[in-house]
Write a protein that binds this ligand. Structure first.
Ligand SMILES: O=C(O)CCC(=O)C(=O)O
Ligand SMILES: [Fe+2]
Length: 393
């Protein structure tokens, strides 16, 4: 057993409310006191979902945000803060492993795979330019299904805590992803409330992943050189992204007036954003929001910034095609604006091609271009598998 795992206790599967005593608790950083422009986002209380009329009320509440904003919060999703903090603890432990140990689990970028460890040295080994502004480390864990490499292929720390991570990831799927998928179908007034949920069947093969993510604090000099950004403006490629957050501010959303607003990490919530594939399935009615990560405000920029993220995608065999027979999309005239694709595109191909493009243009994407905040990076526009993709400052 690797030394790091010795002080990381094994905990039971389904550990609701019985996490082990004596673990180093994950300590939250203090909130920023900086006067930043926060975005106002709706919060869906998911405990209302099963009440009579509950999911319909939630759909009503979400209607404006899915079309106009693309970001919202969910709360009361049946996973305790203690469990979330334990995931932050594991993330912290993982990134403190020696670099040689982490590199043993490096993602296979050549196969356009993003599962496993990603960090500056992985890109360097990949012969992509390495630069001190690159301060992000990531460990991506795919779905806990037989389609993906078994527990034994992960570092000892992850193996030791496998059941807990699996239980956490699966409950995020059942309690949050499945409910949101039903709410999206209700928003579109679909006859089949399970239309999107069926396309996100946990047991079927799909490229969803859970991510431990760490942004290392950087020097003022490097921050300046990177135009005060940790990542540039982009949309995510999947269906939705779920972000369990700590209070180190950084995430920003491009609002309609062309200015970025900060997205607060509200205690007890998950921040959710809609991504490209769900937008495509809705004929662009659902907004894939443009967002980026800024260097934190002055009182927080010396902290490392951790996140636990879930990148949700439809199953690999799902076709990237617009949902038919939505009364809402009909009323809104969405069907009239659509251009028919000649060849069908499945999610597996779309995700693979898009991921390949991201690896191939890596440093161009993360390096701010000329122009104002929120300007389109026209030199980075691409058509991937017949779909237009863009990046922003
Ligand atoms: O770290 C964050 O707050 C957002 C990360 C993000 O946008 C991404 O990884 O796609
Ligand atoms: Fe993102």
């Amino acid at each position: 057993m690797a030394p790091i795992a010795l002080d990381t206790p094994v905990i039971d599967a389904h550990p609701v409310n019985k996490l082990p005593k004596g673990i180093t608790p994950y300590s939250q950083t203090p909130e920023t006191t900086a006067d930043v422009d926060w975005a106002e986002l709706v919060n869906l209380d998911l405990s209302k979902f099963d009440l009579p009329g509950g999911k319909e009320a939630l759909a009503q509440q979400l209607k404006y945000a899915v079309h106009n904003v693309g970001f919202f919060y969910v709360s009361d999703f049946g996973i305790s803060q203690e469990e979330v903090d334990y995931q932050f603890h594991l993330s912290q432990e993982f990134f403190s492993l020696p670099l040689e140990e982490k590199l043993k689990y490096a993602a296979n970028h050549k196969a356009a795979s993003y599962n496993g460890y990603n960090g500056p040295h992985v890109y360097e080994a990949d012969k992509t330019e390495h630069h001190p502004r690159h301060n992000i480390e990531v460990y991506n864990i795919p779905k806990f299904t037989p389609d993906f490499p078994a527990k034994e292929t992960h570092p000892q720390l992850i193996q030791t805590n496998w059941d807990t991570i699996e239980s956490f990831a699966k409950r995020v799927h059942t309690n949050v992803v499945e409910r949101l998928m039903k709410i999206f179908a209700i928003v579109l007034e679909l006859e089949d409330e399970d239309y999107f949920a069926k396309k996100h069947d946990y047991e079927k093969k799909g490229e969803d992943h859970m991510r431990y993510m760490l942004y290392h604090s950087r020097s003022d000099e490097v921050n300046k050189e990177a135009k005060e950004l940790y990542s540039t403006g982009h949309t995510d490629l999947g269906s939705i992204t779920l972000l369990f957050r700590q209070p180190v501010a950084g995430l920003q959303i491009l609002s309609k007036d062309g200015k970025y607003k900060w997205v607060k990490a509200v205690p007890g919530t998950i921040t959710v954003n809609i991504a490209d594939t769900l937008s495509l399935l809705s004929g662009h009615y659902f907004k894939s929001s443009i967002h980026r990560v800024s260097v934190p405000p002055p009182d927080q920029r010396h902290f490392d910034r951790h996140g636990i993220l879930f990148f949700i995608r439809p199953n690999n065999d799902v076709l990237v095609e617009v949902v038919k027979n939505s009364p809402l999309l009909k009323r809104e005239g969405v069907y009239e604006t659509l251009e028919e694709r000649e060849d069908p595109l499945d999610v597996a191909t779309w995700v693979h091609e898009r991921q390949k493009h991201i690896f191939a243009s890596g440093y161009k994407i993360v390096t701010p271009g000329e122009g104002q905040d929120g300007d389109e990076r026209s030199n980075l526009e691409a058509v991937i598998a017949g779909v237009k993709v863009k990046y922003w400052n």
